[in-house]
Design a binder for this molecule. Sequence first.
Ligand code: PNW
Length: 452
Amino acid sequence: SSGAAAADALSFPADFLWGCATASYQIEGGVKEDGRGETNWDVFSHTPGKTRDGGTGDVACDSYHRYKEDIELLKALGVKAYRFSVAWSRIFPSGRGKPNQKGLDYYNRLIDGLLAAGIEPHMTLFHWDLPTGLEGGWQSRDTAYAFGDYAGYMAGKVTDRVKHIMTVNELRCFTDLSYMTGGKAPGLKLPMAEVNQIRHHGVLAHGLGVQAIRAAARAGTEVGLADNPTIFVPAIETPEHIAATGKAMREENAMFLTAILEGRYLESYLAAQGKDAPKMKAGDMKLIGSPLDFVSLNIYTPNFVRAADTASGYEILPHLANSPRMASPWLYVGPEALYWGVRTVSDLWKPKKIYISENGTSADDPVAQDGKVYDADRVMYLRNYLTHLQRATREGYPIEGYFLWSLMDNFEWEDGYTKLFGIHHVDFKTLKRTPKLSADWYRELIRTNRLV
Ligand code: PNW
């Protein structure tokens, strides 16, 4: 793992953990089955105009019924690990109260199936599908406590078999993009005082979750989170721009990852928010800063930064209309993001272990005559990004593994089914899964443990 010398200039460390990632609402379907409760995304996706072409997760990839096929896909790829998320409302239909055994049974079947196939389950507890029974959603501090209770319950039930638990996925997405800019459920555009409070409830939920998991888990359980800090890349790889990159990383993520890894809010963040700064209770920051066993990063897009004579000491260079990007408008191409994401997090906060919990791309490649998708552009994207991750392993950064987003085409939130990230094509009429060219490429990468 960390720092192990590579066999040659293109190899990954021998025990590097290759995986694929998915999330409950994006793949499961079965939204009314076995007592699952309603979530914010059920409501949002059924509200006209909120998702592209009115897409919903009602059926999605039907993994609630086809999880055995998903495990077969994973086996055929040769991955060692699978990152999936638990639908909170299958376990506690209204977010708290009496647990629903049938919901838990589904995840037990999935976990046992993965283990039988020799695949490590890496479980995320919250990937945005919030039970609507939790009135007020993330606006309510109570939601953070409900999350802690749910996290502790799950840890008690699964840590005999699940050794890696992530509390939440992508703080910025379920706070800012949901309550400030409003593209994601529940689609609100609130004033900053409320947004900052929601951010605080998000990081507090994570901290309460960590504590509850530690209290309930078997020995040997590793706890972390999957976050998507804004990733910075030095405009030029010189000491001054590298220093500016670290500053930007810390400052621009002050309300999320910096708060979690330092157990405090930076003065600069609190000062900038002024009267809109979050209201805290005694002990909150200690909970938020609960020590972690690993940090997982979802990395897609770079932001180039230069040292500058500004108050902060840096300037973030804007993305341009013709900057290279993939099928999703926000997905700018910058393979260096994978290296610099790992390096800045490692240099700033020295976590014991780092994982890439998501990386991948949308692409528009059509189904060819022979029924296969030849997504050479996705292969190009992955090969380039992984070249830079391999550099991080070579230089001894504690990067343990990589989860490709995503195992298969799925419900891409407000983009519905118009932006597809899978390395397996899913025919959403028949639900048949077919490996794309990128799946063949990933299988070969895993087999050789070497860039191909
Ligand atoms: C992540 N952005 O979302 C999520 O964790 C996945 O559920 C999702 O399917 C995947 O990436 C692809 O989108 C993001 O605007 C959504 O920068 C938007 C952004 C980043 C990540």
